[in-house]
Design a protein. Structure first.
Length: 357
């Protein structure tokens, strides 16, 4: 798909004002190129790897001072508290002709201030039924999706693994920042328990340890060294967003074991690349994992359970490959980026259908 440019007279403006790359950033990065094919749309925020230049907030305000051609208002699609605040300021104080759509992923009761902000939105998209249960004014449930053309099953994972130069004949991966809430320590403990029973396996940890988490990572490295597994549990460091799919393609099993996750896109991406899955009971993982078909679910913070599930999957490598293909089929059927864009489009259209009514 070629990357189009921001429309000069957008009917929809999608926001991503956070400077650090996060899961929300990844969602916007993937969706905006699709949405630019569907809507007169502009992107406002931090430049992302999709190559689309972001408007500044003041430019979005300037563009929104009048309605777009053929419309009574513009839609601003926001995903964070400070973006909701900017939208409310623009709509209710500056009196710009805009309507606000917010995407809510949190699987807990919001604090009083976010609840108030959300209550002022014109439409709310929740990413899971559980997230929707905490937002009374949810308009639609639209799960996040995966770009099935970018995230795809390779011809031969064994060949790709061999090309890494790492030990072993196949890989187990965990993906995300190295920090306690992402469960990196749980993964390490699980691998220390499992790898002695999986002689062909090497585990990789793909993610950045920020300065505040360097001591945490150092402690994990010490645990790994004490277990004699320094060549079989490898920290890759930060992998560029545009390259992470290469590691999904190389791995046979993806483990996702955060202590809390609002949605958690990485196992969906890994599944699309043919990885079998072992996930903890948080995020949207239960919507993805079909136990015994494409992987297994494990209780939160259960390193021994993760180790046992990994051993169960990988004790039969052809079966693990078949699980990976089942994961791909599950993602393709229910969690494609095209389906997410279509679900969001229905919400936009429902707002535009209220024009002059």
């Amino acid at each position: 798909m070629s990357i189009p440019h921001n429309h000069p007279d957008p009917e929809v403006i999608v926001f991503n004002l956070k400077t650090r790359y996060t899961g929300v950033s990844a969602t916007v990065n993937a969706l905006v190129p699709w949405q630019l094919q569907q809507w007169r749309l502009a992107y406002c925020g931090t430049p992302l790897s999709n190559g689309i230049a972001g408007l500044r907030l003041k430019e979005a305000i300037r563009v929104s001072k009048r309605p777009p051609t053929g419309r009574d208002f513009r839609i601003w699609h926001v995903r964070r508290d400070h973006e909701m605040m900017a939208g409310l300021w623009a709509r209710d104080v500056l009196r710009l002709p805009i309507k606000l759509v917010f995407t809510s992923a949190a699987q807990h009761r919001h604090g009083w201030f976010p609840r108030w902000l959300i209550s002022r939105m014109d439409a709310v998209i929740s990413t899971t039924p559980l997230a929707a249960s905490f937002v009374p004014n949810t308009t639609a449930v639209v799960p996040h999706g995966v770009d099935l053309s970018r995230f795809s099953v390779p011809a031969d994972k064994d060949v790709l693994w061999a090309e890494t130069g790492l030990s072993g004949t196949y890989g187990i991966g965990v993906f995300g920042r190295v920090r306690p809430d992402k469960g990196t320590d749980i993964f390490v403990d699980a691998m220390i328990a499992a790898l002695p029973h999986l002689p062909g396996a090497t585990a990789v940890i793909a993610g950045l340890a920020q300065a505040k988490d360097q001591a945490f990572q150092k402690d994990l490295l010490a645990r790994i060294e004490a277990a004699g597994l320094s060549d079989r549990i490898v920290f890759l460091g930060e992998v560029a967003a545009g390259e992470i799919h290469r590691w999904y393609e190389r791995c046979t099993l993806c483990i996702a074991c955060p202590r809390y996750e609002p949605f958690g896109l990485t196992p969906f991406e890994a599944g699309a690349c043919g990885c079998a899955l072992v996930c903890s009971e948080t995020g949207a993982f239960s919507m993805l994992v079909e136990p015994g078909v494409n992987g297994y679910m494990v209780a939160l913070e259960d390193a021994q359970g993760l180790a046992a599930a990994a051993q169960q999957v990988l004790s039969d490598l052809p079966g693990a490959r078949a699980m990976g293909l089942s994961a791909r089929a599950r993602v393709a059927q229910h969690f494609s980026l095209a389906a997410e864009a279509a679900g969001i489009a229905q919400v936009y259209q429902s707002l535009f259908d209220t024009e002059k009514t």
